[in-house]
Ligand binder design. Structure first.
Ligand code: ATP
Ligand code: MG
Length: 487
């Protein structure tokens, strides 16, 4: 069921601009994605008004208007709190001729009728217009396709994809975001002209790709990219994973394993960079595979994988920040500690190598990897145990160093070199544990003067009480951490 659009309930920023154009005797319609989204009861990402007013006429009417680009799209600034309403795009009815570079129309011809403008739009569900009286203008059965959840080009799909190859990606992105299917002819045309995507700027491919993997249908999206031949154009490295069999630790081939892992990342709502790390973590397996069957190996795939991931992300013009994070996670995803033999030093080395700030992400990647294997081993316990070890090595030890007095101070008080120094410090520490306010030099000096005159036996006894207390506190802390990680 499509939603009935109530004009009066639309954002006032949109209504004001729209009404003003009408008041100046121009035609004006809400058009494209926002009409589609309103009918689907989704919040529009941006608002587009189309009109027969020429750009300079629009600029004259609205003091806050500016040219958005050289194709005569005018943006009108509002003061909205809502980011999606901050700039409303007003575009003159147009016809686009001669798509010579498959990206941008060579020439824009402004026209006076809405019908021709709707004809140039990519998909039927994006070619709907709404009049200010609340009537839907639907020349290409967009409403029917909305109801049936279908992505279909306006007019001949082959011609439309040849005109502008970005539409190849847009079809799949829209199918993923809206949970729609791609109509057969449209689908076949994408398969046929997938190679044209090479003419599209990497940034624009990346933006569509991001929206695909951030959607709830990310996994279907990657599979659609593969089936339409787009994957081998935009991510040949991932396409190559298809059908590459794995060893006994895995149920799926490398490609399917990557998708199953991504599926987990989507369910857990991982952010973009983590989804990228999950998708690419085994990208080098086809190149590092040795042997066949249940005992084949992939030595070093995480190192080569990090390199390949970097190359992919650079090619698609991701930010340096994302490139750094994702490649680091890929390079570290094979970390291994033998839990029963592990030393505090080994745990410290791991933390240093991975970086404290990346540990959580690495564990998340590892979870997705494990679930995506299809034969998850009992790693949750190991991971919990590792977390416990990490927190444990980070515990500040309780030592006499924490005191605001040291051995030299005691020597200055006339305590002789030898074990007595240690006994006094431990006795002092015991007092400070009970009452941290006592950890000030003045008090400690006075107290040390008293202690130094005690007989050795008495002093040893106090030191021992101190030691026992420290041990019991440390045991208690350890128990707490164990409980926290259920180990
Ligand atoms: P969203 O706003 O959710 O990204 P959208 O479909 O609104 O999706 P926009 O980029 O905002 O995408 O474009 C607005 C409208 O312009 C589309 O609905 C469509 O009618 C038209 N359009 C956008 N890109 C193309 C294209 N490459 N070819 C033809 N028409 C397009
Ligand atoms: Mg839009």
């Amino acid at each position: 069921m499509l939603k009935k659009i109530q004009i009066s309930s639309l954002p006032s920023e949109v209504l004001q601009i729209w009404q003003k154009l009408i008041d100046h005797n121009y035609q004006a319609f809400l058009v494209g994605g926002c009409v589609r989204d309103l009918l689907l009861d989704r919040k529009p990402k941006d608002w587009d008004i189309t009109t027969d007013a020429l750009p300079e006429e629009i600029l004259k009417i609205f003091p806050n208007a500016f040219y958005e680009n050289r194709f005569g799209t005018v943006g009108i600034k509002t003061n909205s709190e809502d980011e999606t309403l901050r700039v409303i795009e007003v575009t003159t009815f147009r016809q686009e001729k001669e798509y010579r570079d498959l990206r941008r129309p060579e020439e824009v011809i402004f026209i006076k009728d809405l019908e021709t403008d709707l004809q140039r739009r990519d998909f039927t569900i994006n070619a709907l217009a709404l009049s200010i009286d609340g009537d839907i203008i639907d020349l290409f059965d967009g409403i029917k396709d909305l109801k049936n959840k279908i992505i279909r080009t306006v007019g001949d799909p082959e011609k439309r994809f040849r005109e502008d190859a970005l539409r190849l990606m847009r079809a799949i992105r829209l199918a993923c975001e809206l949970n729609f299917t791609i109509e057969t002819k449209t689908f076949k045309a994408i398969q046929k002209f997938a190679y044209l995507i090479q003419y599209i700027a990497h940034e624009r491919i990346r933006d569509e790709f991001n929206r695909i993997i951030m959607s709830r249908n990310a996994v279907i999206g990657i599979e659609l990219l593969r089936q339409t031949n787009l994957l081998k154009e935009i991510l040949p490295e991932l396409d190559r994973c298809y059908g590459v069999g794995q060893n006994k630790h895995h149920k799926y081939d490398v490609y399917l394993h990557s998708l199953k892992s991504l599926d987990y990342a989507v369910k857990k709502n991982y952010p973009l960079y983590l989804r990228l790390a999950v998708l690419f973590h085994d990208i080098a397996k086809p190149l590092t595979k040795q042997g066949e069957g249940p005992n084949c190996t992939f030595y070093g795939h995480e190192i080569l994988g990090a390199k390949i991931t970097k190359r992919i992300l650079e090619r698609l013009r991701y930010s340096n920040e994302i490139i750094k994070k994702v490649t680091h996670l890929v390079s570290q995803h094979m970390f291994y500690l033998e839990i029963d033999k592990v030393t505090p030093a080994a745990v410290r080395r791991l933390v240093r190598r991975v970086g404290q700030e990346n540990l959580e992400d690495l564990f998340k990647l590892r979870h997705a990897d494990r679930i995506g294997s299809g034969v998850p081993k009992a790693e949750p316990y190991r991971l919990r145990y590792l977390r416990y070890l990490i927190e444990k090595v980070h515990l500040e030890p309780i030592t006499p160093k924490m005191l605001n007095i040291n051995g030299y101070d005691l020597l200055n008080l006339g305590v002789p070199h030898g074990p007595k120094i240690g006994w006094i410090l431990k006795a002092l520490l015991e007092e400070v544990i009970d009452d941290p306010t006592k950890n000030n030099k003045e008090y400690l000096i006075e107290r040390a003067k008293e202690l130094k005159d005690l007989p050795d036996e008495k002093l040893k006894e106090l030191a021992l009480i101190g030691e026992e207390k420290i041990e019991s506190i440390e045991r208690q802390k350890e128990e707490e951490i164990k409980k926290k990680y259920k180990v």
